[in-house]
Design a protein around this ligand. Structure first.
Ligand code: 5U1
Length: 689
């Protein structure tokens, strides 16, 4: 250690800066984490031995510092402007017309000549300003009121995507870079999952979390938050001639100096192309790895920007075209309790309809009584609804200041809202459950609906209304009764003409030939979804072995943990369930039994054996289930959620959080065409002509 030279120390720092840039800015790490960690440890050891050698721009200085008492104020040398908004295409066209008219008047530029625009996603984060002197980061500040912000230098330094020293060469003596600090969705979800795990309150949305994380007086907390910076403009520049003369090229120059810029950024000609870009990105919005609330369009020529100038606090050369809001306020009109297939009694908020995240929302699940308590929800409350991506709408908080006097709390139901039977809450469970089992009407109907579903016994022609009518008329009381239905019992019922009755009876007959996996799934055992049913079938080959398996034996099956094993044992211990299964088999429901050993030997030879796939989003040439089946035929395992173990994510249109997660974990992503091409080529190798 003692014979280390400053030159060697500089070489280590330089190497770490390169690795950081590749990892945080380019999202393209070139060395394994251990190699990076080793180099960082080396740097820390040298700096420990030579405290005087520690410089502010050392990569070691990103871990945070001693907490501050308060933030200092910073005066912005050039005010940080806000943006005017366009809420529809007409607003955007008006903006373009105003730009062209003004340039026509001032410069006699032809009115009809189109404008070049830079299009950038508007990240949902917080604006910051970073000042570099001779290439070294000196100050980081929030926007504040646009003239004065807060000095958050300590915190900003902890972000891996913020260069502490600029890369390359040729930067101006003073360079102020502006951009958005945001929290990517995967980081936000992971942070919330970990808070929930620790029994702590989770955050409402990535934007507020990013803001809160950046305004921590203790920068060591900021250092632990998955924040990123994306640069989008410059402020004070001591030698403007050091920068290109178009905004788009300025951003490319910032990228060369080490900043992350948005990969979706485009330069287009004319306002129609801006509208096309808006449509393109609005469709892509849910599959991005971060939240955006619109598009910023900027006149690309800096000289034209200069001529256009500002009005009030917004530039005349830029506009934000907003997407539909993902959070809106509405009122809770009532809370109803619904009973599901497994007896779970779930509160559902009935809302004054509100347009949010691109759809009209009038209901939101409240999950359970704990959630009602957590929100402190009362009837008639004004609430903030959030619908981001393809996620189910959620009440994120109550606007307490708007609560009317004497607003009533929401009482926990004392009995089942459908059968009036007792409700109970199992140990360690959040849900209330109706204890009446299949003697509760709701549970019978849901159980039958599940049984006839496409992924279960696949019986066409029985919707919820028909099932309800058959149960109400006393013609069926459990799933096995379906196979005793005949023409006489069905004809004359509402929506049951001669043709539909014949079709239904034919569908019932056809459904009798099934597979063990489908049959198991159709029984509706709690926690046994399609994938688990398939694993059980593959492991055991026959129903009697599953029914007699012990808790310990069941846990040897893929995907089966102690909870699922407990549900299976509990299900087969109930004589009523065994009776229904016996009746089903007596009516002719059957499936081929097989030797699991043989299946395993055969699947071990398949080209996708041991590969884990997840399929998400909307596919255009086939259904997700068909694609899954084709993958499984080639030996692949199809899982329902993305994890480190996933080998491929097949992402169709509007792929949402699974795509973000796959991207953040570095899982290979295939689009529909690539997946089909892969299947076809592997299938062709399987069966040589
Ligand atoms: N992408 C982007 N976001 N954003 C926000 N560009 C951009 N420009 C802004 C703001 C407030 O202001 C300009 C006036 C530089």
């Amino acid at each position: 250690m003692s014979d280390i030279t400053m030159a060697q120390l500089d070489a280590i720092k330089h190497q770490i800066r390169q690795y950081n840039h590749q990892y945080y800015v380019l999202d393209d790490p070139t060395v394994p984490d251990v190699q990076y960690d080793r180099l960082m440890q080396q740097l820390l050891a040298i700096e420990l031995a030579h405290p005087k050698w520690v410089t502010a721009d050392s990569p070691s200085q990103r871990v945070g510092d001693q907490p501050l008492d308060s933030f200092q104020q910073v005066q912005h040398a050039v005010p940080m402007l806000s943006l005017d908004n366009a809420f529809n295409g007409d607003d955007l066209k008006d903006f373009d017309r105003r730009v062209r008219e003004r340039l026509h008047k001032q410069l006699e530029r032809p009115l009809e000549q189109s404008i070049s625009y830079t299009c950038e996603p508007k990240l949902d984060g917080i604006a910051v300003s970073l000042t570099y002197e001779n290439g070294v980061l000196i100050t980081g500040a929030t926007r504040g009121d646009g003239s004065r912000g807060e000095d958050i230098t300590q915190n900003i330094r902890t972000l891996g995507s913020v260069p502490l020293t600029l890369l390359g060469a040729g930067w101006p003596g003073t360079l102020e870079v502006r951009g958005e600090v945001y929290m990517p969705s995967a980081g936000f979800n992971a942070l919330n999952a970990s808070l929930i795990n620790q029994g702590l309150k989770s955050y409402v949305n990535p934007r507020n979390t990013a803001a809160g994380s950046l305004r921590q007086l203790d920068s060591r907390i900021t250092a632990q938050r998955p924040l990123e910076l994306c640069a989008y403009s410059v402020g004070l520049v001591s030698e403007p001639e050091a920068l290109p003369s178009q905004h788009f090229n300025v951003l490319l120059q910032l990228q060369a100096w080490g900043f992350k810029i948005n990969a979706q950024m485009r330069r287009v000609e004319g306002i129609e192309a801006c509208l096309d870009y808006y449509t393109y990105l609005n469709q892509k919005r849910d599959s991005l790895a971060y939240e955006i609330d619109g598009i910023v369009f900027k006149v690309d020529e800096l000289a034209l920007q200069q001529h256009l100038g500002f009005v009030a606090r917004a530039p005349r050369w830029a506009i934000a075209h907003k997407f539909p809001a993902q959070e809106e306020m509405t009122r809770v009109l009532a809370v109803d309790f619904q009973v599901g297939r497994t007896g779970a009694v779930t509160p559902v908020a009935r809302l004054e309809p509100v347009f949010v995240g691109g759809v009209t929302v009038s209901n939101a699940t409240l999950h359970n009584m704990d959630e009602i308590q957590r929100l402190d929800l009362h009837l008639g409350d004004s609430v903030i609804i959030r619908r981001a991506g393809d996620v189910i709408p959620k009440i994120v908080r109550v606007a307490l200041q708007r609560r009317v006097a004497n607003a009533l709390p929401i009482p926990q139901p004392l009995s089942c809202p459908v059968c009036d039977g007792p409700v109970e809450r199992g140990e360690g469970e959040a849900a209330l459950r109706c204890a009446s089992g299949l003697s509760c009407g709701a549970q019978i109907i849901q159980a039958i609906k599940h049984f006839v579903g496409r992924k279960a016994m696949d019986i066409d022609g029985l919707g919820e209304k028909q099932v309800q009518a058959l149960v109400d008329a006393g013609k069926i009381s459990h799933v096995a009764d379906l196979y005793a239905l005949n023409h006489a019992m069905l004809e004359g019922m509402e929506r049951m003409g001669t043709k539909s009755v014949s079709n239904l009876l034919a569908a019932l007959e056809a459904s009798k030939d099934t597979s063990l996996a489908k049959f198991l799934y159709s029984l509706g055992i709690r926690e046994v979804g399609e994938a688990t049913a398939r694993s059980l079938a593959l492991h055991y080959g026959g129903l009697s072995d599953i029914a007699s398996a012990t808790l310990e034996q069941l846990q040897l099956v893929d995907d089966v943990g102690p909870i699922v094993a407990g549900r299976i044992v509990h299900f087969f211990a109930d004589p009523h369930n065994l009776e229904v299964i016996a009746q089903l088999q007596a009516t002719g429901v059957k499936w081929p039994e097989f030797d699991p050993q043989l299946v395993q030997e055969n699947t071990a030879k398949l080209p996708l054996t041991a590969k884990i796939f997840v399929v998400t989003g909307t596919l255009s040439s086939l259904t997700r289930d068909d694609l899954k089946a084709q993958l499984q035929v080639l030996g692949a395992k199809v899982a329902s959620s993305v994890s480190k173990k996933t080998d491929y994510l097949v992402a169709g249109e509007k792929a949402g959080s699974k795509l973000s997660k796959a991207n953040s974990l570095g899982v290979a992503v295939l689009d529909e065409t690539q997946a089909i091409a892969m299947i076809q080529s592997l299938a062709a190798q399987q069966d040589p002509p």
